[in-house]
Write a protein that binds this ligand. Structure first.
Ligand SMILES: NC(=O)c1ccc[n+]([C@@H]2O[C@H](COP(=O)([O-])OP(=O)(O)OC[C@H]3O[C@@H](n4cnc5c(N)ncnc54)[C@H](OP(=O)(O)O)[C@@H]3O)[C@@H](O)[C@H]2O)c1
Length: 387
């Protein structure tokens, strides 16, 4: 059987490196077509030496000369800049891992969808911003979108698409993050180091902070609505601190189907990478007798207002999710750069949502316009808070 060729958008990130780890353990099954990074030139060069893709792209153009020099005499073409990342998505590989963080992943992901590729979707922000547009393009170009986010991957594994009407609810599980049992006072003083220390998962900085505010679960609520044929009020969230049950689907006959596993992204990534077949992955096996107890609780909306904010923008639709996502990206960066406090993140998102009038979204151009507007408003509010 011919090896499946893989392009990785965001190869230097947490999702990207886990994907390459799986490829490395299965060299006869996969080949690498294109790799992209933004800043981490050293790691990108190292990855190119090991995996020998056709194309390697660095987003930040100031690193272009280094990349070109390092790849001289090799079979890998070097390129730089945003347009080149889109070109990487257009390289005719079988599978594209959409592993860029944030709305920056929107255009490259769309480019992969528009050439009808199998797309492993980790980049949830692009579905939050442009879910309707992306899903239309998926249908139009016959692309296959496979959720990589562990919760959505779990649902994908147990969702009966042929009997979608018999689904009563999708239940997304949430670890609750590092501040699940912390007081508001503790959260107010939380540092970036504390916020990125996720109890169960090892992830990039932005998603780790999103998990700490639970905005991650809010974004996932919107993502789930776009990925599965359910109504907006059929998606629920349940806090499950052990991160063993990765999500559930409730059917009308009273059955709840769930996918369980150790919290290791290599399981959902492998499911997408080798779809429709499963493959052997060296993850820690679940030992339920050792775990003994699994806990579940509802979300505390007072300490974690992000979840209700996300539900609200999902209901409103149009530009509201774009505003929420853009303001959140800016506020999270501000928090990581110690410009604002932890609780300011959700306050800023709420304020930006209140300031900007919502509108219909009919094109990617409109998404980008609203995204820029919301980013600017968030930056202005943040400057007012800076100490
Ligand atoms: N990590 C997880 O376990 C996990 C689980 C579920 C879903 N996800 C989702 O997967 C996505 C990636 O998460 P991650 O944790 O892997 O993030 P990450 O570790 O921060 O990696 C992000 C990747 O995107 C690249 N990048 C950053 N900004 C970019 C830009 N403006 N343009 C192009 N490329 C850019 C980075 O390049 P440099 O390294 O060169 O900066 C890096 O390769 C996110 O949407 C996240 O929500 C992640």
């Amino acid at each position: 059987m011919a090896a499946r060729s893989i392009s990785i958008l965001g190869s230097t990130g947490s999702i990207g490196t886990s994907t390459l780890d799986l490829i490395n353990c299965n060299r006869s099954r996969f080949s690498v077509a294109a790799l992209t990074a933004y800043n981490n030139i050293d790691l990108l060069i190292e990855q190119v030496r090991v995996f020998k893709p056709q194309l390697a792209v660095i987003g930040d153009e100031t690193h272009y000369d280094r990349l070109k020099t390092a790849l001289q005499g090799s079979a890998t073409e070097a390129a730089a800049g945003r347009a080149a990342i889109i070109e990487a998505a257009e390289v005719p590989s079988d599978f594209v891992m959409a592993g860029i963080v944030g709305a920056a992943g929107l255009k490259p992901t769309l480019a992969a969808v528009r050439r009808g590729a199998i797309v492993g979707l980790a980049n949830k922000e692009c579905l939050v911003c442009a879910g309707d547009l992306i899903m239309k393009e998926v249908a139009k170009h016959g692309a296959t979108l496979l959720p990589v986010d562990s919760e959505h991957n779990a649902i994908y594994q147990v969702f009966d698409f042929e009997q979608a009407k018999s689904v009563r609810k999708i239940i997304l599980t949430a670890s609750g993050g590092p501040f699940r049992s912390s007081s508001l006072e503790v959260m107010r003083k939380a540092t970036p180091e504390q916020a990125v220390l996720h109890p169960n998962w090892d992830m990039g900085a932005k998603i780790s902070v999103d998990s700490a505010t639970m905005m991650n679960k809010g974004l996932e609520l919107i993502e789930a609505y776009h990925l599965f044929p359910v109504a907006k009020d059929q998606v629920e969230i349940l806090v499950h601190p052990e991160s063993v049950v990765h999500s559930l689907v409730e059917y009308e006959d009273g059955s709840f189907l769930a996918q369980l596993g150790s919290p290791d992204m290599r399981t959902p990534i492998s499911y997408a990478l080798n779809w429709p077949k499963r493959m052997n992955v060296a993850v820690d096996r679940l030992d339920l007798a050792k775990i003994r107890t699994l806990n579940f609780e509802t979300v505390d909306g007072t300490r974690f207002p992000a979840v209700e904010m996300a539900r609200h923008v999902l209901m409103v639709g149009g530009s509201a999710p774009v505003i929420l996502n853009a303001a959140n990206e800016i506020a999270v960066r501000g928090f990581l750069e110690r410009k604002i406090g932890f609780l300011d993140i959700c306050n800023i998102v709420g304020e930006v949502l209140a300031i900007i009038d919502q509108s219909e979204i009919t094109s990617v151009g409109e998404v980008i316009e609203v995204d820029e507007l919301a980013r600017n408003k968030a930056k202005t509010l943040m400057n007012g808070l800076e100490v």
